[in-house]
Design a protein around this ligand. Structure first.
Ligand SMILES: Nc1ncnc2c1ncn2[C@@H]1O[C@H](COP(=O)(O)OP(=O)(O)OP(=O)(O)O)[C@@H](O)[C@H]1O
Ligand SMILES: [Mg+2]
Length: 373
């Protein structure tokens, strides 16, 4: 029996069951000599396969919270459960081998090569040399560092952002089900960061890890998080999905923290597929019918190439810009601004026109959705 394990029963499907993977109950940390708690009475549950973003001002206790989960720091009081087991009663070293940890400042071993840094946990787990080496190369590739260039270098020969990426690779090395990530993309330029975020989400879709992720960047929190935990000094002020944090901040602290850019940030949460688009006509015969429907000219493959008719406007003077329906209103606005166009054709995966979004719709579109919520 035991030599024929049913793998599907052992490895839960991504997001399956939504069991509570990490549970913090009344967790408090007072550092020796500290007057007030660095973290006070924290209750928080992270479900299996969820990404929770921890955000808040410097010194509010985010790193302390992560380090209590993998017991680099012992809580002063309260309980922390991992898969239902109280982690204060298990061996800390064994615990940390099952939890990937990306340290805030890179934290690479200076006298180890990049490959050896990535291989730390696999070696502790007894992987053979070849497998460990292959895994290091695979992960370097994944985080956008050419293995042949970087594997034999030492950390001081890498930029801060490159070291951070090695830190992410190291945390992923043994494929742990739980990841704690402390500002993993903090020192990375916006373009690379955006690409890493996209890849991170793509990986997460297939591997479904349970992740606590610290960031200072609200846009990052909104983009990556299933939930956002907004901390004030030592205290959790709001714990909710991004939409709720942006539209219904729990109190003045959260609303100040979210700040004036909230309305624009929300555009990236609003999927075009959820909007009611204006109809679009692709049949040339429709031109001349003044039924208020824009008409596009399509090529042989059915893709729109130009406007044939726009009610109330000279169609030849308006650039035809398109946005995929898998995108968000944020993408649509970007395309309109970029193309100096006041409307955009929304297209499906095959490039076929699905409908039209007008610049003027933006405000009413968002209002409609708020009423629905
Ligand atoms: N080892 C320590 N001994 C004493 N106090 C500490 C220790 N580590 C952190 N603190 C204090 O605990 C509080 C929370 O620190 P923590 O590192 O958790 O903040 P953070 O939210 O991660 O901040 P940042 O965004 O700057 O990384 C701070 O006031 C800090 O000075
Ligand atoms: Mg920190």
């Amino acid at each position: 029996m035991s030599d024929n394990p049913d793998q599907t029963a052992v490895v839960p499907e991504p997001g399956a069951g939504q069991t509570d993977t990490i549970v913090l109950e009344g967790v408090e940390k007072i550092y020796p000599g500290g007057t007030s708690p660095a973290v006070s009475q924290l209750d928080m549950t992270i479900k299996q396969g969820e990404i929770v973003m921890l955000i808040g001002p410097s010194g509010c206790g985010k790193t302390t919270t992560l380090k209590m989960i993998n017991r680099l720091i012992e809580p002063t009081s309260g309980r922390i459960l991992l898969d239902g087991k109280d982690v204060t009663h298990v061996n800390g070293d064994l615990l940390r081998r099952q939890i990937g940890y990306v340290i805030q400042q890179g934290g690479l071993f200076p006298h180890f090569t990049i490959a050896d840094n990535i291989g730390v946990v696999p070696r502790m787990l007894g992987w053979d040399k070849q497998k460990t080496k292959e895994r290091a190369d695979e992960l370097l590739h994944l985080v956008g560092l050419e293995p042949s260039t970087f594997r034999d270098r030492y950390p001081r020969q890498l930029s801060g952002g490159q070291q951070q990426r090695v830190g992410v690779a190291r945390a992923l090395a043994a494929n742990p089900p739980v990841m704690l990530m402390d500002e993993p993309f903090g020192a990375i330029d916006p373009i690379t960061r955006d690409r890493l975020q996209d890849e991170f989400l793509e990986i997460q879709r297939t591997v479904g890890k349970t992740i606590a992720f610290v960031t200072h960047d609200l846009q990052e929190a909104v983009k990556l998080g299933d939930k956002i935990a907004v901390f004030a000094t030592g205290k959790l002020e709001q714990y909710a999905d991004p939409e709720t944090v942006l539209t219904r901040p729990a109190n003045d602290f959260v609303s100040d923290f979210v700040g004036g850019g909230a309305a624009v940030r929300r555009l990236s949460l609003l999927e075009l597929a959820r909007l009611e688009l204006h109809p679009i006509e692709t049949d040339e015969k429709a031109v001349g019918n003044s039924n208020g429907t824009p008409v596009v000219e399509i090529d042989a493959s059915g893709k729109p190439v130009s406007w044939r008719h726009l009610p109330g406007a000279d169609a030849s003077g308006v650039a035809l810009v398109t946005v995929p329906i898998s995108g968000t209103v944020y993408d649509a606005v970007d395309v309109m601004l970029d193309g100096a166009a006041s409307l955009v054709a929304v297209v499906d995966d095959d490039g076929r026109a699905q409908g039209v979004l007008h610049w003027n719709d933006l405000v009413s579109g968002l209002r409609t959705r708020e009423r629905d919520a």
